[in-house]
Ligand binder design. Structure first.
Ligand code: SF4
Ligand code: FES
Length: 258
């Protein structure tokens, strides 16, 4: 394995106005779990040394490797700004978004390990098959179901207090970081998982929706909310800061009341 870190030459700022403006770059070692279904029978760890600035993100490192070292490295990304949810991966054993993980926040005196999220079928390198995740999401009917229509030209009225009840769960970007950090999901792929419950919560507690009871029945299943063991992995993993475990607990309480 190569040296974990080595200081490189200082790189002058655009103004080139003296040593105080110099920006230091570092050689950072990434060890990435690679898997090509056409040639590999098992995943293998491959290391890469990448020159980076502290303000770079893990996504920048992956781009450098892909564009300058090995174009076959495969991973998903789109927005690069923490909105699309497509680049969740395990970075040093924690689920994170690569585009939101700054190099300066990692210990670069050690290699940085990157691998695909766990519990979903591995397709290639850092890419997993998300279909089982989205199947659970679809099952909880994550859309507004209302029995009546608003008056012509009017909106469905909701007070700020009614909106606040489910504000947190509206922030979900479906990155799967929560569900794939859950030990129950790892051992039982049938469990709906935190993300599906979060997205059910978003409509169960929406005063404009009339299908909350239907969703509570769906989640009162042996693979539903009662599989949650309150380990808080999901809350720790969520890049949007959603209180996932609290949302699951609120759905459990709603089931007991209905
Ligand atoms: S709840 Fe958070 S971690 Fe889970 S899918 Fe939504 S944004 Fe991602
Ligand atoms: S690339 Fe869109 S959230 Fe990271």
């Amino acid at each position: 394995m190569s040296t974990a870190i080595a200081e490189r030459d200082a790189v002058a700022s655009p103004a080139d106005s003296g040593a105080e403006d110099a920006i230091q770059s570092y050689l950072v070692t990434f060890i990435i779990r690679r898997f090509d279904p056409e040639t590999d029978s098992e995943p293998r760890w491959v290391d890469y040394d990448v020159e980076l600035y502290p303000t770079d993100r893990v996504l920048d490192a992956l781009h450098k490797i892909k564009w300058e070292v090995d174009g076959s490295l495969s991973f998903r990304r789109s927005c690069a700004h923490g909105i699309c949810g497509s680049d969740a991966m395990r970075i040093n054993g924690r689920n994170r978004l690569a585009c939101k993980t700054l190099i300066k926040d990692l210990d670069i005196s050690q290699p940085i390990y990157v691998e695909a999220i766990k519990g979903l079928p591995l397709e290639k390198d850092l890419i997993v098959d998300m279909e089982p995740f989205f199947a659970s999401y679809r099952e909880v009917q994550p859309f507004l179901i209302a029995n009546s229509k608003p008056e012509p030209g009017k909106e469905r009225i909701q007070s700020p207090a009614e909106r606040a009840i489910f504000d947190d769960t509206t922030k979900c970007i479906l990155c799967a970081a929560c569900t794939t950090s859950c030990p129950v999901f790892w051992t039982d792929g049938q469990y709906f998982g935190p993300a599906a419950i979060v997205n059910a919560h978003r409509f169960i507690f929406d005063s404009r929706d009339d299908a909350g009871d239907v969703r509570l029945d769906i989640l009162n299943d042996k693979e539903g909310v009662w599989r949650c063991r309150t380990t808080f992995n999901c809350t720790e993993a969520c890049p949007r800061g959603i209180e996932v475990t609290k949302a699951i607990a609120e759905v459990k309480q709603a089931i007991l009341r209905h």
